[in-house]
Design a protein around this ligand. Structure first.
Ligand code: SIN
Length: 507
């Protein structure tokens, strides 16, 4: 097997991975591997923008309370404070790196509002192409400074006595190579592709969560899935995100009869936290539309969305876009501390794959790009100062996968029906049984990345269903019809960890 050595291995190329790679590349040898093309990620697709306190009439406490309220009071308060207090400095850093945020004709930055924010504090680029602007800026910076391996798929971590020493990886021809590293950063994103309707990039299949779990890392809060209320309600494979910033500019949700959907459902109406709006749309019997007729020059303010509408044959002049909720963001993930460190020595996790606790049970809009850069900076600082030098040269073992694995669409449909927006114990139990059956079957050596990807999807779906079954309350992105209320005693994180090949613990 080919062996490569690096000081820092970054797995994934969204905002968090690229930012960490960039900051570390000044003093360290950094290798980035990414399973598709460089920068293909959820970050690139981010429309709305990046939330931060950048005006005198806003304050970190305002941003903090908006974040905590949206998060259903499940947030790690210390790290949430760190997140929002770091906002202004992170915006300055991005501007220094060359990111162009939109400005008005008077030269001041434009700020928009999204759900559950009490003020307009979201900076954006290209109208609704903020992620693209940031990712392209970061790619230009890392291109010459890091070793970049595109179309390389991380199979498993190289573990020695509980310490991570890099990863075993398959290249585009399914040839294995082992990459040893002093520090390994997982930045693989969440798991939106476990559901049939999602805003996520096709590459976002929960791989980082699966490989961390197999290595024994502590995972937490996986039951909290955010469904974005306004995906275009077309054919499943054709759905796309219609940013919450559209509602921030005044668009309203209406039923087929033209009634205002959110009336009487929440004081913030269309700008209520996403879980509230998504459930309202999901429970409405008729089709639901986003009425955009009051937004002047929609195609200039939202050029990406406008062109997606045209591509899908939707006329903006009707003033009404059909919408439905879709899987958008995983609040839980690999549990990390303020430096992005996981429970495994040598392994850090950043961005959506991590559970820093800053999003609680439901992420506040436009806090995810901010989380990516804040914790990438924290992790880079920590790695720079860490004295760990040696890594073991390990021989990678083949990953064993079940002989018969369900099709991807079967997993997605099951997740949608039983582990979706509204859940109940019986449905979750059915999902667990169905997902567990192949997981405990006879195994064979995996021979290609497609098999491993399917195994990852199966394993992460099982983890989400199990976590959701264990939380017998409703909070944020986790709603149980059989336990519709919030329970104080359930405020704590729900953790799950693998302790051996066939054994796991949940608390
Ligand atoms: C959106 O633009 O509605 C999505 C932004 C986010 O999820 O933060």
């Amino acid at each position: 097997m080919t062996q490569l050595t690096t000081e820092v291995l970054v797995i994934g190329s969204g905002i968090a991975g690229l930012m960490a790679a960039d900051l570390l590349s000044a003093k360290k040898n950094v290798t980035i591997i990414t399973k598709s093309a460089l920068g293909q990620s959820n970050s690139r697709l981010a429309q709305g923008g990046i939330a931060a306190v950048t005006t005198k009439d806003d304050s970190w406490t305002n941003h903090f309370f908006d974040t905590i309220r949206a998060g259903a009071f499940h947030n790690d308060e210390e790290l949430t404070e760190l997140l929002v207090r770091s906002g202004p400095e992170q915006i300055r850093q991005l501007i220094n790196f060359g990111v162009q945020f939109d400005k008005g004709s008077d030269g001041t930055y434009l700020r928009c509002k999204e759900g559950a924010h009490n003020t307009s504090r979201i900076l954006h680029s290209g109208g609704d192409a903020t992620g693209k602007e940031i990712i392209e800026t970061l790619i230009n910076r890392v291109k010459m400074k890091c070793t970049i391996l595109e179309h390389h798929f991380a199979v498993d971590l190289l573990m020695d006595e509980g310490v991570c020493n890099g990863a075993v990886v398959l290249n585009g021809d399914n040839e294995a190579l082992s990459i040893t590293a002093i520090h390994t950063i997982l930045a693989t994103g969440g798991a939106g592709q476990l559901y049939p309707v999602t805003s996520n990039d096709p590459s976002i299949t929960g791989d980082g969560i699966a490989i961390a779990y197999r290595a024994g890392a502590i995972l937490s809060d996986l039951e909290f899935i955010q469904f974005h209320p306004t995906m275009f309600a077309g054919d499943r494979n054709q759905s796309f995100l219609i940013s919450e910033a559209v509602r921030g500019e005044g668009a309203i949700l209406v039923t087929a009869k033209g009634d205002r959907l959110m009336k009487g459902k929440h004081e913030q109406m269309e700008l209520a936290p996403r879980d509230v709006v998504s459930r309202a749309i999901y429970q409405e019997k008729s089709d639901v539309y986003l009425d955009i007729s009051m937004i002047n020059q929609f195609d200039q303010r939202f050029p990406t969305i406008a062109s997606l509408c045209y591509e899908h044959g939707l006329s903006l002049s009707d003033g009404k876009l059909p919408v439905k909720p879709g899987a958008h963001f995983l609040m839980g993930g690999v549990m990390t501390d303020r430096h992005g460190r996981t429970s495994i020595d040598g392994l850090l996790a950043l961005g959506e794959v991590a559970n820093t606790g800053v999003h609680g049970a439901n992420r506040l809009a436009s806090n995810s790009l901010l989380e990516g850069v804040v914790f990438a900076n924290a992790a880079a600082r920590w790695i720079q100062n860490d004295t760990r030098k040696q890594v073991c040269n390990l021989i990678a073992q083949s990953l064993q996968v079940p002989e018969d694995m369900p099709e991807v669409n079967y997993i997605k449909e099951l997740m949608n029906r039983k582990v979706g927006i509204i859940r109940n114990g019986a449905g979750l139990n059915t999902a667990i049984q169905k997902l567990e059956a192949p997981l405990i079957q006879a195994r064979k050596n995996a021979s290609n990345s497609e098999e491993i990807l399917r195994y990852n999807m199966l394993q992460v779906s099982w983890l989400i269903a199990t976590s959701a079954y264990l939380r017998i309350e409703s909070r944020g992105g986790h709603f149980r019809k059989d336990y519709p209320n919030l329970k104080q005693e359930f405020k704590k994180k729900r953790i799950i960890r693998r302790v051996s090949q066939d054994d796991w613990v949940q608390t």
